[in-house]
Every structure is written in C-alpha cells, then in structure tokens.
Design a protein around this ligand. Sequence first.
Ligand SMILES: C[S@@+](CC[C@H](N)C(=O)[O-])C[C@H]1O[C@@H](n2cnc3c(N)ncnc32)[C@H](O)[C@@H]1O
Length: 256
Amino acid sequence: MKFKTTPYHFDLLKDEERLAAFFNAIEEYGSNTDLAYDLGCGSGILSYFLSSYFDEIISLEKNTKIARLAKENLSNFSNIQVVNSDILDYGFTKKADLIVCEMMDTALIDEEQIPVLNRAKEFLKEDGVIIPMGIINTVELVNLERKNIHWDENGANYEIFSDAVVYSGFDFLDDIEPAFEKDISIKANRDGTVNGVKITTFTKLNENIICGPTPMLNPPLLIPLEERPVKSNDFIKVKLKYIMGKGIESIEIEYL
Ligand SMILES: C[S@@+](CC[C@H](N)C(=O)[O-])C[C@H]1O[C@@H](n2cnc3c(N)ncnc32)[C@H](O)[C@@H]1O
C-alpha cells in the first residue's frame, strides 16, 4: 500500500525498526475487539496496522495537512475514521480497548505524549492496553563538542565518560506528573573533562518488545553543563528538571 505524506512523516515511514516495533506490538495484541484510538496518527500507518483487528479505529491528528493525507490514504477502510483535531480539545465519548500513541520523543520532553495520555486514558476500558506501554530513561556523562541542547543525529560529536544510569521509568497506565525533577549521581569511568549529559530513552512497546533509539524514535538528547574535570570513579551529582510535553526549553540542569 502507498502512503502520501509530508517529508517529516515520510522519514517516520522510512524508519523500519520503529515501524517493526509497532507492527509487532499491534500483532501481539491481536484479538478482534471493538475500538482503538490512534493518537497522533500522522500518515495513518499505525491505523492501517490496526485495521484488521478492530471494528472501529478513531485516528486523531492535529496537523491539518497530514490529517487530510491520512484520510486519503485510509479512504478504503470503512472501520477507520480520521479526525483532524488537537487531542487535548477532542470530545472523547467512547471507551477503547486499545490506545496507540506514538508521540514519542526523548524522555517525552518535546512531544505531548504525557498530557495527551493523561486526557485520553479516561477513555480507556478498565482492562484496556496502551501501546507503547512505557519508557525507561538512562543518563551518561559526556564531553560535548556543541554547547547547546541537541539530538544525537547529523554527526553530533561527543565522548562518553560513564556507564549509563537508569534515572527514571514510566508505565503509561499510571497517572504521570508532567513536571519531572530528579537528583542523579553518575560515576565517571575515566579521567578527563565532562561538560554535559546524554539522555537515552528505551520504549517498552509491550512486555516482550523494548525498542532502543532509532533514527526517528527518541534519538538521544545531549544537554550541556559547565566544564568540570573528573577522575575515574568520581561521583558527579546533577539536578535534572524538565516538563514533559513543554519542549526542550523546559530543561534545566545543574551540578549539586
Ligand atoms: C511522531 S509522529 C507519529 C505519526 C504516526 N503515528 C506514525 O507512527 O508515523 C506524532 C504525530 O502526532 C501529532 N500530534 C502531536 N501532538 C498532537 C496533539 N496534541 N493532538 C493531535 N495530534 C498530535 C503530530 O502532528 C504528529 O503527526
């Protein structure tokens, strides 16, 4: 099947590892049930994956251009309804068996996954399921070439100075407070100078499938700090704060 898309949504479609993770999780969920929501449906690819398992799929997308293309792409599927709406304004009426929500971004900072799920979860049946089911975040000490917050893509240059430390994790069925704050201790594993941290997010699609960063699913985030000399085995303590859904401008980090 051919999908018409915007350039951004085409990059999402080309990311086979990302698509395979969602395809496999939807296939493992399987069974023929009433209603699924596809939140942030983009081109409609995940609604297409859902189409053989559900009587009804409501696919919500706030971007007018891609919502129009998704309607075209899915016009032959009588069980899929594409709605051009911001999910935070959408008048949900029915409870779903499954919510698929791919508004992922590293540590969920730059996309509205948490505000959207906090709203949509009221319309999930008691035994309902969310794909993905949650995330795990890790942090490492780094020496960065660039001195601004950036993603690990397009040749970002840095050296790693610690093992990865798991600093947070969320199960999307829980109530999640968007404002995040944590004091984190990270042990340097060699001598040198650190001037930042790298955050990596692993996506738990379901109990069996964990997907590491892919080009379009949570590329690691590099966050600068002041320069600090370190020796191997030193513990570096930082306070990390951000608001999930409010963008990378909400990130604050300092040494403790
Ligand atoms: C990462 S893309 C995923 C697109 C598609 N599900 C896929 O897998 O290819 C996230 C999509 O969510 C949409 N989106 C973000 N926030 C939204 C909101 N509050 N309401 C509706 N759509 C939203 C974006 O416009 C974007 O198309």
